[in-house]
Design a protein around this ligand. Structure first.
Ligand code: NAD
Length: 373
């Protein structure tokens, strides 16, 4: 079975879906691997490293010829993909209807990695977690770089510098890593979420929880571990709490997402205006519509009041080498989980919980129940 690893062409994408380490493991399973020229270049993986691992390296046509499994970070265009192949990538399925239709038309079986269920068996295939963790870390590093002051408290002969105050909004995988990173740098950290379960997690990392607590928060978490859209009454209470908290912060990191919906708006421009000049906000939800009023995808904005709002696109790609290594291992685990050792090929059983959750196109149609019109 031939596995193709493509060079991603999306703007701001530096990651690659396989590494020499995973290529070696695919070959040990009995697969052959073809890698597109310069597929790993932006993640600091040279073509020669893939060749040394046993892959062939060539142009796109040669890479795709007879490939049965195609690995990519954001998914390739349907044109030129061999009929019957399986594409595994982060496909952004809710926003990619046209491309999914083209995959279906080309008889491609597409597996959308972001639909991986949050069950123990699938944890090591969870690209959202592996990538969000790095994004949370890098958001704090970016904020620290932009902030014109130090994070830790310093007592020096010339006087004392006070610690930076960091507020993390949304305490999922990215938020937890943001808290941990800010603490390591010596900041005073507080954090908020709608899911009450995060309160203990914040405290265990040395942060201070800032929470609206009412009847609604008890049911804010879905069975899948995600947040629900909250009521207007809850949002009003949350806005009051944010107003009270935000004026005292130097750095705000927002990470709040609700699957399949626009990101919740958590910070208004009026609230941003209460922050001191020099304060920095990083909006990790900017591509899903943004948690912060005034954040712009792909831009760093400075408000009239001197507050910087960072809205980088594709945060994981800013740590392309580590992000690729983890993404590639997530895909390797998926492939090994569904590898038939005797036939030396990928077999995707129709009744498997993971297959049902991530398979978006198959047999010439869009098959995922969440994507039916
Ligand atoms: P996410 O990226 O969907 O959202 C980020 C955070 O924003 C979440 O904590 C969410 O509760 C919060 N949020 C949403 N709306 C908000 C609002 N209005 N105000 C404040 N915060 C808001 O979440 P995620 O990082 O993917 O993690 C969600 C949960 O899934 C976590 O508990 C995580 O530990 C869990 N998880 C489980 C597994 C597994 O079991 N395999 C794997 C990964 C994550």
């Amino acid at each position: 079975m031939k596995i193709a690893v493509l060079k991603d062409s999306a703007a701001h994408e530096k990651r690659v879906a396989a590494t020499p380490e995973t290529v070696r493991k695919f070959i040990a399973l009995g697969a052959s691997v073809a890698v597109e020229t310069r597929a790993g270049a932006d993640a600091n993986i040279a073509d020669q490293a893939f060749i040394d691992a046993g892959a062939s390296v060539g142009d796109r046509a040669a890479t795709l010829a007879d490939a049965k499994l195609i690995l990519s970070v954001q998914g390739p265009d349907a044109a030129g993909l061999p009929a019957g192949a399986v594409v595994v990538a982060s496909l952004n399925p809710f926003q990619s209807g046209e491309r999914l239709a083209a995959y279906a038309g080309g008889q491609i079986t597409a597996l959308a990695m972001e639909f991986m269920p949050r069950i123990t068996r699938a944890q090591s295939m969870d690209i959202l977690s592996s990538q969000a963790n790095l994004a949370g870390y890098k958001s704090v590093i970016d904020a620290a770089e932009r902030y014109g002051r130090a994070f830790p408290m310093m007592m020096t002969a010339a006087g004392t510098i006070s610690a930076a105050r960091v507020f993390v909004m949304g305490v999922g995988v990215a938020g937890l890593q943001a808290i941990a990173t800010a603490k390591r740098l010596g900041a005073v950290v507080s954090a908020t979420d709608v899911r009450l379960a995060t309160k203990e997690q914040i405290m265990s990392l040395g942060g201070k929880p800032v929470f609206v607590e009412d009847e609604e928060t008890k049911a804010a978490e879905t069975s899948g571990g995600y947040a629900r859209e909250m009521s207007d009454a809850y949002k009003a209470k949350q806005a009051a709490l944010v107003s009270e908290t935000i004026a005292k912060q130097d750095i705000v990191i927002t990470t709040a997402l609700i699957p399949g919906r626009p990101a919740p708006r958590l910070v208004t421009a009026a609230q941003v205006a209460t922050m001191k000049p020099g304060s920095v906000i990083v909006d990790l939800a900017v591509e899903q519509g943004g948690n912060v009023e005034g954040s712009v995808a792909g831009e760093t904005v400075v408000t009239e009041g001197g507050v910087t709002i960072i809205g980088h696109i594709n945060y994981p790609s800013r740590l392309a080498t580590d992000a690729s290594a983890l993404f590639a291992r997530n895909l390797l685990t998926l492939v090994t989980t569904f590898w038939d050792k005797e036939a030396k090929m990928l077999v995707l059983p129709d009744d498997d919980e993971i297959v049902k959750a991530i398979r978006v196109t198959h047999g010439g149609a869009i098959v995922h129940p969440g994507l039916q019109a």
